[in-house]
Design a protein around this ligand. Structure first.
Ligand SMILES: *[C@@H]1O[C@H](CO)[C@@H](O)[C@H](O)[C@H]1NC(C)=O
Length: 207
């Protein structure tokens, strides 16, 4: 009776010891796996750090009519061509530098290439699309924006995606006219970016 009892106790002990060992192995494996994941080669540490975070900064878009921006298709109706209006259907194409301050001579941090089509009969509103290429504060890549813009009021344009360090960024850019006099136009461009948590698991992309 006593012999059977002690053997039962012994097997229970062995069993508990086994469970303990398996748990130890599992926890060690988790530690090793986490370390391996952390050490996995990443060509882009800064973008990994950004995922799930917010980033805001401001740049200034410098445009010169008939130099960096051109009306390529004449509009057909509504308001005429003025300093602030273009006829309905006007297609405008631009490639403007983005500087760090409102002054044109300040450092260039990127470029915006895009187009806008006048979509209101008062000539003030457009559907705009753009690719913004940036090399700013150690981050390189591009953002694609698409949305409605107003010629004389601040406009929020959704960010629909990005590449490089801006891959999977979402948010919006707020564009406001700073100077609409003459053929040189300056817009303030405020970037409000956010990386959703899933961005961390998405594949990398080139600039
Ligand atoms: C730009 O060029 C067009 C076509 O030559 C001209 O009609 C227009 O007045 C020019 N605009 C400015 C602001 O220079």
């Amino acid at each position: 009776m006593a012999a059977a009892g002690s053997s039962k106790t012994a097997s229970l002990l062995i069993c508990l010891t086994m469970i303990f060992f398996v748990q130890q192995l599992q926890s060690q494996f988790v530690v090793v796996a986490a370390a391996a994941a952390a050490a996995s080669p990443s060509d882009d540490k800064s973008s990994k750090e950004l995922h799930g975070k917010k980033l805001s900064f401001t740049l200034y878009q410098q445009e010169t009519i008939n130099k960096t921006g051109y009306m390529v298709v004449d509009g057909v109706a509504g308001a005429g061509v003025s300093q602030t209006t273009t006829p309905f259907g006007t297609v405008y194409v631009f490639r403007d530098e983005l500087t760090v301050r409102a002054e044109r001579s300040s450092r260039v941090a990127g470029v915006v290439e895009g187009s806008s089509v006048t979509t209101s009969f008062d000539g003030l509103r457009s559907l705009s699309l753009g690719k913004i290429t940036l090399d700013h504060r150690g981050r390189r890549g591009s953002l694609s924006v698409l949305g409605g813009t107003h010629n004389t009021q601040p406009s929020d344009c959704p960010v629909v995606g990005g590449t490089g360090d801006f891959a999977y960024a979402i948010g919006y850019v707020r564009t406001s006219p700073v100077n609409l006099r003459g053929s040189s136009i300056t817009f303030k461009v405020e970037f409000h970016l956010y990386w959703p948590p899933y961005a961390h698991y998405a594949p990398a992309s080139k600039h």
